[in-house]
Design a protein around this ligand. Sequence first.
Ligand SMILES: [Ca+2]
Ligand SMILES: [Ca+2]
Length: 148
Amino acid sequence: MRARFLLSAAVAAGALLVVSQPALAAGPAIQITKIYYDSPGKDTRSNGSLNAEYVWIKNTSKSAVSVKGWTLADESNHRYVFPTLSIPAGKTITVRTGSGKSGTSTRYWGSGNYIWNNDKDTAYLRNASGKLVDSCSYNSTRADYKIC
Ligand SMILES: [Ca+2]
Ligand SMILES: [Ca+2]
């Protein structure tokens, strides 16, 4: 009986936690807003072509958010790990596939091959604890990019 009571108490506590959460706003504060997955022209794997493949990540909140240790990954688990970086309120950063000099608004994955498949794939954005923050899927060879 005691175990049963504890279980009930736990369930009740869980219910309270759910109730006490604020109403869900329009998605997460940090969002994947675009994936340009089929680099224009022939996919030659030149650095320019690799860098024409990119993902936009936007901070839709009213305060800066640190993305240190966050990861951006595809379905094959190719991963980009964010260094110490803060996305200012309302700003978008671009993560390009190839190599380059990363700054506050453009990050370079440093990959020698394409990350985002031309037919279908999913971008997963996870925080430093590995918790999924946002994801965006696409499944079309007719388009070159996806607005998420
Ligand atoms: Ca192409
Ligand atoms: Ca992929």
